[in-house]
Design a binder for this molecule. Sequence first.
Ligand code: ADP
Ligand code: MG
Length: 415
Amino acid sequence: MEKMEVLRQYFGFSSFREGQQTLIDAVLAGRDVLGVMPTGGGKSLCYELPALLLPGLTLVISPLKALQLDQVESLLNKGIRAAVLNSDLSAAEHRDVLEDMTEHGGLLYLAPEQLRSPTVAEALQSCPILTRIAVDEAHTLPQAKDDFRKAYGKVGSFIHSLPHRPQVIALTATATRNDVSRIRKSLGIPNAERFRTPLRRDNLHLCIKNIDNSKIRKGKRKPSTENVLFQSVERELSKWDEDGAVIIYCPTVKLVKRLCKWLKARDYPVGKYHGKMKHAKRKPAQQAFMRGKKPIMIATNAFGLGIDKPDVRLVIHAGLPLSMDGYVQEIGRAGRDGKKSRCVLFYTKSDFDRNKRTLSQSGGRKAVARRLKRLNALHGLVDSKKCLWRVIEKYFGEKPQKKCEKCCRCRQKSV
Ligand code: ADP
Ligand code: MG
């Protein structure tokens, strides 16, 4: 079968998106690739489609179990061989999946932590048909040493331990030049061909507001910062025409809870999601959002990775995120359908101090310094008088395009 035919027959798409075709061609030619493609750009297809045209087993390493299950379910519905290997399986199921996939091939999804199990590592090391490894959300690699997913940092040595070096496909939505070289180093793919699809999304209208001296007042007393923040959020929500969905990112779990209560009291259809929530509660929260029952999701950065909701019309940051990288990942969840969507960030100067404290809580000096650099990039963004997209492009080492004419900075100048 030919690739266009596979695209149509299995995936039901009539054409490739920007960047997909060249990347897939390189994969089909057997080269290592490192793809940087914005959220919603269609990265999954870049390893799913080749897995149908090339023989063997493709390992897909990605961070979240729930997402792996969704992806595999969707592949199985299309008649594509795929499975998840995780610790929720019983010992017998785990063994069966491993045996079946290493013998017959297909797409096997797992989190990097699975590779630490000797049974898994050995089965894969002695699997003659392990031909490709796709590392999704590869921005986790340069941050692995600094953050909680240490297992990501070990993927490189696992690849190195294999008797036949498989083809490697690394994919992410956000990576600076420095990150790109760290991903190469971490995975041991110095010669991987790099593909970069422009980061900018013209349908996302960005806006950043400092609310330190906000004019919003209730009664005569000067309102608390939190009150100003909540009222700013509400004003933004009142402009939303209730079409599609909204995500409101908060920097802390506490703020998620307080804002949720505040908006609920005002009868907004809100749900919440954060890292301290029990797993049993996360799924229904996510489902209520996906199905439009509770179209406003208030969440920490624990929410959203790989969420495939096309009609998020508004992403609000109720406070400064922890890094430029996180900010860009999060606004990327708006407007995946290509329609106009707004992304508004509210912050106060004190947000920087709070974030600094959070980022300095764990890890060595170097790790903390690297995190602070990603935070400081946000300083540059919020203080800049220039087109916000151009500032973002510069940070990620892209050649800045012309002014977007739609962000709050571009508009300010035109009036
Ligand atoms: P990413 O991982 O880059 O954020 P996904 O791989 O999850 O993006 O794809 C986002 C959405 O785009 C999915 O719903 C997917 O089915 C769809 N998609 C991917 N490629 C195409 C294409 N060529 N044509 C139409 N839709 C596509
Ligand atoms: Mg993805």
